[in-house]
Design a protein around this ligand. Structure first.
Ligand SMILES: Cc1cc2nc3c(=O)[nH]c(=O)nc-3n(C[C@H](O)[C@H](O)[C@H](O)COP(=O)(O)OP(=O)(O)OC[C@H]3O[C@@H](n4cnc5c(N)ncnc54)[C@H](O)[C@@H]3O)c2cc1C
Length: 416
C-alpha cells in the first residue's frame, strides 16, 4: 500500500517550512522579482533555522552517504538484480525525503528566494555525494554553488574545457563557468574541471573553490525571465590556486569509469528540483482554485468529467498529473534514502515534474485570463519562475535520453 501521508517525524519540518514560505517568501516575492540582483536580506534571519534543519539532516547534504560511492551505488543494469542482504528489508524516510518535503514547501512560497537561501546550494549535494570525512567537516553546512556549465559545455558536460593542473600542493584552475546559481553570493563554488582532456570523462573531477579566492573572478550577473531573486553568475577562473585537498573524491583517473563520482550528485539533486516544480505547481493550482471559486466555478469531485464545467474538468486533469509527478518524485527520494540505485527514477521524476509544472503554470494563467497574466497576481510570476525547473540539472530532453538509455541498457556512446 502506498502511504500518501507526510511521515510524522517530518510534520514539524514541513510546518516550519510552510511558515517561512508564507511569512517571508510570499511577502517578499514580488519585491525581489522587480528588484533583480539586490540581495534578499530578509533571508539572513533564516540562517539559524537552517542550521537547525541541517543538524537534523533535513536540508543540506540531501542524500549524504545515501547514494555515494561504496554506499550501495550500483549501475543501472546491476540495479535490476538482487539486492545485497544488508540492503534488504530497509524501509526508511531519511535526509532525502526530509529535503524533498522541505524544499517543496518552500518552493510553494517562492522558488527564486529558495534558490538564494544562505547555507544552501546544490554544491552541498555534490560535496555530500563524494567528499571524504575531513572534507565534509571543512565544507559541510556552508553555502555552496555548483559550477558545471561552460560556453561550450551545457547538456554535454563531457565537453568541459576548464582545466585543473597539479602544481606542488595546489591545483591551478583555468576556464570559464557560466550560469552559476548563487555564484557570487555563495561561500564555496564546486567547480567541475578536467585533469587531462585526452582521458575524457574519467578525468573530470569536482574541486571546491572558496568564493573569495582572488583567481575566481565575477564577469557578470545574468538578467533572467524568472527566479530573479536568485542571482546567476558568469565566473572566470584565472590561475586560480586551491589546496590539492580540495579535490572531491579520488584524484585517480580510472579509465572506463565515466563520470564516476561527479554524476552521483544528480541522483541526489534531480528529485529535489522535481520537488521544487511540484511546490510551484501546487501554488498555481491552489490560487487558481480560489480564483475559479470567486468566479463561481466550484470543483465537484463527485461529478464525472463530462458533467463538469470545462474549467473544473481541466483543473481536475491538472491535479491528477500533479499527483503523478509528486508520487514519482517521492519514490526517487525514498529510493535514495533506502540505498537503492535511483538514477532512472530521479530522471523520470525530474522529466515528469518539470514538464507537468510548466504546463500547469501556463494553463492556470490561461484559466484565469487577464487576472492570471497581470502583476496583481503571482500566477504570472510562477509561470516565469517554473520554466527553469525543466531546464537546469539536465533539460527535459536530457532526462528523457537518460531514461531511454537506462531502460534500453545503452551507454551514452550508444544512444546520444
Ligand atoms: C537560471 C539558470 C541557472 C543555472 N544554474 C546553473 C548552476 O548553478 N550550475 C551550472 O553548472 N549550470 C547552471 N545552469 C545551466 C543549465 O544547467 C544549462 O543551461 C543546461 O544544462 C542546458 O545547457 P545549455 O543551456 O548549454 O543548452 P544546450 O545543451 O545547448 O541545449 C539546447 C537544447 O538542446 C537540447 N539538447 C541538447 N543535447 C541534446 C541531446 N543529446 N538530445 C536531445 N536534445 C538535446 C536541450 O535539451 C535544449 O533544449 C543554469 C541555467 C540557468 C538558465
Amino acid at each position: 500500500m502506498i502511504n500518501l501521508e507526510t511521515p510524522r517525524k517530518f510534520e514539524f519540518l514541513v510546518s516550519q517550512a510552510h511558515q517561512v514560505a508564507t511569512e517571508i517568501f510570499r511577502t517578499n516575492s514580488r519585491k525581489y522579482d522587480r528588484d533583480e540582483h539586490s540581495y534578499p536580506k530578509e533571508l539572513d534571519m533564516l540562517a539559524a533555522m537552517i542550521d537547525g534543519m541541517n543538524a537534523g539532516g533535513a536540508l543540506s547534504g540531501a542524500g549524504a552517504g545515501s547514494v555515494g560511492e561504496g554506499n550501495g551505488t550500483r549501475t543501472a543494469r546491476e540495479g535490476h538484480g538482487k539486492q545485497p542482504a544488508r540492503d534488504r528489508d530497509v524501509n526508511r524516510n531519511a535526509s532525502n525525503m526530509a529535503s524533498l518535503l522541505g524544499l517543496t514547501e518552500l518552493s510553494w512560497g517562492d522558488v527564486g528566494l529558495l534558490l538564494t537561501m544562505p547555507r544552501q546550494g546544490l554544491g552541498q549535494a555534490a560535496i555530500a555525494a563524494v567528499a571524504n570525512e575531513e572534507q565534509l567537516k571543512r565544507f559541510g553546512g556552508k553555502w555552496a554553488a555548483m559550477a558545471i556549465t561552460e560556453p561550450e559545455a551545457g547538456s554535454d558536460s563531457a565537453a568541459i574545457r576548464t582545466t585543473a593542473t597539479l602544481d606542488g600542493d595546489e591545483y591551478v584552475l583555468n576556464g570559464e563557468k557560466i550560469f552559476v546559481t548563487a555564484g557570487d553570493r555563495a561561500e564555496l563554488i564546486v567547480v567541475w574541471a578536467t585533469l587531462d582532456h585526452e582521458q575524457g570523462r574519467a578525468a573530470i573531477k569536482s574541486f571546491v573553490v572558496e568564493r573569495d579566492n582572488p583567481g575566481l573572478i565575477l564577469e557578470r550577473l545574468e538578467h533572467k525571465l524568472g527566479i530573479r531573486a536568485s542571482d546567476t553568475a558568469d565566473l572566470r577562473l584565472d590561475d586560480c590556486r586551491i589546496p590539492k585537498d580540495n579535490l572531491l573524491g579520488s584524484p585517480e583517473i580510472e579509465r572506463g569509469r565515466g563520470f564516476a563520482g561527479v554524476m552521483q550528485t544528480f541522483d541526489n539533486t534531480r528529485p529535489l528540483v522535481a520537488g521544487m516544480a511540484i511546490g510551484v505547481a501546487r501554488a498555481c493550482l491552489e490560487r487558481t482554485r480560489e480564483l475559479l471559486s470567486e468566479a463561481g466555478v466550484e470543483i465537484d469531485y463527485d461529478l464525472p468529467p463530462h458533467a463538469q464545467v470545462a474549467a473544473a474538468s481541466e483543473f481536475i486533469a491538472m491535479e491528477s498529473d500533479w499527483e503523478a509527478s509528486r508520487l514519482l518524485t517521492m519514490q526517487a527520494a525514498w529510493m535514495a534514502d533506502n540505498k537503492k540505485p535511483n538514477s532512472l527514477q530521479a530522471s523520470m521524476a525530474k522529466a515528469k515534474a518539470g514538464r507537468t509544472a510548466t504546463d500547469i503554470a501556463l494553463r492556470c494563467v490561461a484559466l484565469c485570463g487577464s487576472i492570471g497574466y497581470g502583476e496583481g497576481e503571482l500566477l504570472e510570476k510562477w509561470a516565469r519562475d517554473v520554466k527553469i525547473l525543466d531546464l537546469f540539472e539536465g533539460t527535459q530532453q536530457i532526462q528523457l535520453l537518460i531514461v531511454a538509455r537506462q531502460l534500453l541498457g545503452k551507454t551514452s556512446a550508444e544512444l546520444k
